[in-house]
Design a protein around this ligand. Structure first.
Ligand SMILES: NC(=O)c1ccc[n+]([C@@H]2O[C@H](COP(=O)([O-])OP(=O)(O)OC[C@H]3O[C@@H](n4cnc5c(N)ncnc54)[C@H](OP(=O)(O)O)[C@@H]3O)[C@@H](O)[C@H]2O)c1
Length: 313
């Protein structure tokens, strides 16, 4: 089968598309014929040896890619509830060597859910990592409740655009969002009430008394976010660990989320998608052989929504 391997960490040129043997599923695993694989900023960071690269114990060469949508073709043991022919999606083998940038990937059945019926494989592959991150940040870490006010940073990005739709579904009273002006109409369409152009406006001069801030940017954006929270508010970040002393100073709480596979949440997300509550935005699709271009684009950090590899074409 064709797969994208890395033999070392580095720039775009370490991505090698080669023929390797098909993996065989072990006990509790399934073999998936990959139709599409999502590309996330973390994929490029891992390629460079950053982010959670230090946690990956797979020896070189290994295959990148953690977001997958495809069809089960073989099962190890009882298949964990899946059988050949089932269309599935998931965040697989995370945070180890993922393997989804390939024609076939083996994955623990417990990390998979049925693919949303309303979406094709390209759209479905765009969802697992970003939707699980948004779900775990909003509903587990922040415990967002109906009627609350939330600020979502980088709302048009992969995580942000799903977080906006989940916050709307939960019944947030006010959704404020930072983003680029070209994304304002889109963000308003998916449920943002108050848009702030992060390049020309200082959000802390416009926004106040928020119950929750979801920080998808980090750095000075995180630092400037404390002051927009009301007492007892919650700052949840998917970037660097927030400073506990700043949380205490402002009388708020803080948490950092590191996404994890969760088939139960993916099943709930599938239901939301199939009811039309969440619609992923796919910005760009590349064939597997053009993985370098896909990484180049994701590294620029300027996509609306998601970038996906079409593995079937
Ligand atoms: N902890 C975890 O488990 C976890 C999980 C998922 C992602 N992450 C990390 O979270 C970050 C975001 O991920 P993503 O997939 O959502 O990224 P993304 O899709 O690349 O986000 C890009 C978006 O962010 C906007 N943006 C950039 N700087 C901004 C700023 N200062 N204020 C507001 N918006 C800004 C960009 O606007 P322009 O186009 O105008 O630049 C673009 O719309 C990445 O660093 C990723 O590695 C962490």
């Amino acid at each position: 089968m064709k797969a994208v391997l890395i033999y070392e960490y580095g720039g775009l040129d370490v991505l090698k598309c080669e023929d390797i043997p098909r993996p065989e599923p072990g006990q509790g695993e399934v073999l998936i014929k990959v139709h599409a694989a999502g590309v996330n900023p973390s994929d490029a960071k891992i390629r460079e040896g950053k982010a959670f690269a230090g946690m990956i114990t797979d020896p070189f060469p290994y295959t990148l890619g953690w977001d997958v949508s495809g069809v089960v073709v073989e099962t190890g043991g009882d298949g964990g509830g899946f059988k050949p022919g089932d269309a599935v999606y998931g965040l697989v083998n995370f945070p180890y060597g993922g393997g989804a940038y390939a024609e076939y990937v083996k994955a623990p059945a417990c990390q998979l859910a049925r693919k949303p019926a309303l979406l094709d494989h390209i759209q479905s592959a765009s969802l697992p990592l970003v939707s699980l991150t948004a779900w775990q940040a909003l509903f587990e870490a922040a415990e967002l409740k109906k009627g609350e006010r939330i600020l979502i940073h980088a709302a048009a990005g992969g995580v942000g655009h799903i977080a906006v739709q989940l916050a709307r579904w939960k019944g947030a009273a006010l959704i404020s969002a930072t983003g680029a002006p070209r994304d304002e109409d889109y963000l308003t369409f998916i449920g943002v009430d108050e848009f702030i152009d992060f390049r020309s406006q200082r959000f802390e001069e416009v926004i106040h008394d928020m119950d929750v801030v979801l920080d998808c940017v980090g750095g000075e954006t995180q630092e400037r976010s404390w002051q927009v929270l009301k007492k007892g508010g919650r700052l949840v970040t998917i970037m660097e660990e927030p400073l506990e002393c700043r949380a205490m100073e402002y009388g708020v709480s803080s948490a950092r989320v590191f996404v994890r596979p969760d088939a139960g949440a993916l099943e709930e997300i599938r239901r939301c998608v199939d009811k039309g509550i969440i619609v992923p935005f796919v910005f760009s699709v590349f064939p597997l052989e053009m993985v370098e271009e896909a990484h180049e684009l994701v590294e620029m950090g300027q996509a609306r929504g998601k970038i996906v590899l079409n593995v079937e074409c």
